[in-house]
Design a protein around this ligand. Structure first.
Ligand code: ADE
Ligand code: ZN
Length: 337
């Protein structure tokens, strides 16, 4: 990883990549939020919705994120949300994506689980049939809601098991450690789901939460996870187990004032399966290629490091070995070409 130019920006856009950490509700651009509000006769701010440039940490962001979802009501709304995201993702070089959605944020407002998932699924099928990307769904539980609601959401998901690859844990981490949800995740595993959990930056107990993910829950992947660098043994264990970390630089910048690009570089150097992702791109100012570009510029990553990050994204994805190998070939051919 020499300190060299990352090359022309189109190298990054064209690099075949996989998005592993994007909340579909976090792809709700202000213009679509306004269109949905008009569709449902809800108030639209004068001059349209304006999103703040920065947030005062995770809780501040989450308040705005949930408020903005009011216009997501029907199956068609969820179709429009996912179709818009997948179109942008394709143009950013994403060929495969594993997509978070937050059903509890909708069922709590009276939207049926099935309407959410059918709308998302229809958009996924249409995108896959018209230039990509291919994608799969990850059903997230809200960790700041009672465990019983996570369990009920798991139950509701089972009818749609064929469309859902795994489960995740997101929302406000404060006082809501991974271990609190261990039993729900154990049941999710027994139903055949893959497991991931958020360990957001700058949280109280971040390092302890990361260890719980490994040793109490036994996750397959960790979302964010950057605070692992505070614990040498933890970094070594993540590298040994090849647990994918889905780091989100522009999210870090808008929430905490730093891209944490140096952490991405350090994790690459220490053989952790680190990946670069976009989290809530409609709020944080950039999608998959934008995040890669920001890290490359800030940490002076060369092409070899960028190719490594693209390869890591497929290595950390929940793909069959055949599909993984095909995507990795695509990356290698692009890098060689
Ligand atoms: N939900 C949406 N974005 C999130 C994030 N960055 N952390 C936790 N929960 C989220
Ligand atoms: Zn996230």
């Amino acid at each position: 990883m020499a300190a060299a130019s990352s090359g022309p920006p189109d190298f990054i856009a064209g690099l075949p990549k996989c998005e592993l950490h994007v909340h579909l509700e976090g792809t709700l651009e202000a213009a679509l939020a306004d269109l949905l509000a008009e569709r449902h006769g809800l108030p639209v701010p004068d001059g349209g919705t304006v999103r703040p440039a920065t947030f005062d940490g995770l809780a501040d962001f989450l308040t705005r994120y949930y408020a903005a979802m009011a216009g997501l009501r029907t199956e068609q709304d969820f179709y429009d949300l996912a179709a818009a995201y997948l179109d942008v993702a394709r143009r950013q070089g994403v060929v495969y994506a594993e997509l978070f959605f937050d059903p509890q944020a909708h069922t709590a407002r009276g939207v049926p689980f099935g309407d959410v998932v059918r709308g998302l699924r229809r958009a996924q099928v249409d995108a896959a049939a018209s230039g990509g990307p291919d994608s799969a769904l990850i059903c997230c539980f809200l960790r700041d809601e009672p465990v019983e609601l996570a369990a009920a959401t798991l139950d509701a998901s089972l009818e749609f098991k064929d469309w859902i690859l795994g489960v995740g844990l997101d929302s406000d981490e404060r006082g809501n450690p991974p271990a609190k949800f261990a039993a729900v995740f154990e049941r999710a595993r027994s139903e055949g789901y893959r497991l991931t959990m958020h360990c957001d930056p700058r949280q109280e107990g971040s390092v302890a939460h990361l260890w719980q993910c490994l040793d109490v829950v036994g996750v397959d992947r960790i979302d964010h996870g950057v605070e692992c660098v505070a614990d040498d043994r933890l970094v070594k264990e993540l590298a040994r187990r090849q647990i994918g970390l889905t780091v989100c630089p522009l999210s870090n910048l808008r929430l905490y004032g730093t891209l944490m690009a140096d952490v991405v570089r350090e994790l690459l150097e220490r053989d952790v399966l680190v990946t670069v992702n976009s989290d809530d791109p409609a709020y944080f100012g950039g999608y998959a290629a934008d995040n890669l570009r920001a890290v490359a510029d800030d940490a002076h990553l060369d092409r070899a490091a960028l190719v490594r990050l693209a390869r890591n994204s497929f290595e950390a994805a929940w793909l069959t070995q055949g599909r993984r190998a095909a995507y990795l070939r695509q990356v290698d051919e692009y890098a060689a070409g």
